[in-house]
Design a protein around this ligand. Structure first.
Ligand code: NDP
Length: 293
């Protein structure tokens, strides 16, 4: 059996289309334009690419994009002042600070300084609490995108055995909350987990968010399982040049022979992450404007 490839690019394009339609209705009916402020501190090349993509897609769906580029030596105090200003700016409904931050700035302080209702990355402690308590809040974009892909693929997830590999605050833990809310039986694995291969063989759903190229092997996969590969790893092309290619945390070539469906890397989870950021910005804007009591 060869697995179906889950097309994250197409799913993300669909989601962006739905967001764009709602943005245009908001602008026409309420004269409200959602605004997203994206802050980049320093000049890390990968972060520059991410932030440019986010800004371009923000504009493409009809939202306002407010870019802030700050030098690498920016102090924590200076960044917090800018966030405070954006918290009070009524044209900005979502604020994101691209991580990682330079060493002199504590990311926890920055995340907590963003107003919870503008925290479109879903990392603020109030949004973390809302997710774990099953209340309305803003959900981290990557796990939100993974959950959407899984529901598109499988439909009702009730009773499924889900294995999440990785327990980070931005992917693994919120992913577990989302799948619990969908009535999955959730196992969270991490670097100290024993017999990971056995746990994998028991899973109807595997979400791999580790950062180790091809950690999950083909013979770990339960036949017909649905696999979501969050990992983005650069590996050398081994062609005598310095060029590289991207691979996931799952050995795609092996796993595709056993699984029922699998996300590719690239073209799987990545595109959904930015589309979910736009979805969160739209939701935040509605709550701050037309849905406010
Ligand atoms: P972190 O480094 O924060 O977390 C990695 C997790 O993997 C940790 O919980 C760690 O365990 C666990 N781990 C490490 N080694 C093993 C192992 N041998 N077996 C089982 N678990 C292990 O990473 P992130 O969650 O931030 O990201 C994970 C991957 O996803 C990265 O490749 C990243 O680039 C990618 N990513 C992709 C996104 C997208 O949009 N597609 C968005 C965000 C991330 P422990 O806690 O014990 O250390």
């Amino acid at each position: 059996m060869t697995a179906k490839t889950i097309d994250g690019k197409a799913a993300a394009a669909e989601l962006r289309k739905r967001v764009a339609k709602q943005v245009s209705e908001l602008r026409a009916n309420y004269d409200v334009q959602p605004g997203l402020a994206a802050i980049l501190v320093g000049d890390d090349p990968a972060s520059q690419v991410y932030i440019r993509n986010k800004e371009r897609q923000t504009e493409e769906v009809g939202m306002a994009s407010v870019g802030r580029r700050l030098p690498a030596e920016t102090s924590e105090g200076a960044l917090l002042s800018i966030i405070e200003e954006l918290n009070h700016d009524p044209t900005v409904h979502g604020i994101l600070v691209q991580l990682p931050l330079p060493k002199q700035i504590k990311s926890e302080a920055v995340i907590s300084a963003i107003s919870a209702e503008k925290d479109v990355d879903g990392f603020h402690p109030m949004n973390v609490a809302a997710l774990s308590n099953g209340k309305d809040g803003l959900v981290p974009c990557t796990p939100m995108g993974c959950a959407m892909l899984l529901k598109d693929q499988i439909g009702d997830l009730t009773g499924k055995e889900a294995l999440i590999i990785g327990r980070s605050n931005i992917v693994g833990k919120p992913m577990a909350q989302l799948l619990l809310a969908e009535n999955c039986t959730v196992t969270i694995a991490h670097s100290r987990t024993r017999d990971l291969d056995q746990k994998c063989r028991n899973a109807d759903i595997v979400v791999a968010a580790v950062g180790i190229p091809k950690l999950v092997k083909g013979d770990w996969i339960k036949p017909g399982a649905t696999l979501i590969d969050v990992g983005i790893n650069r590996v050398s092309k081994n062609d005598g040049t310095t060029s590289y290619r991207l691979v996931g945390d799952i050995d795609y070539e092996e796993a595709v022979q056993a699984a029922g469906a699998i996300t590719p890397v690239p073209g799987g989870v990545g595109p959904m992450t930015i589309a979910c950021l736009l979805q969160n910005t739209l939701a935040a804007c509605k709550r701050q404007t037309i849905l406010r009591d």
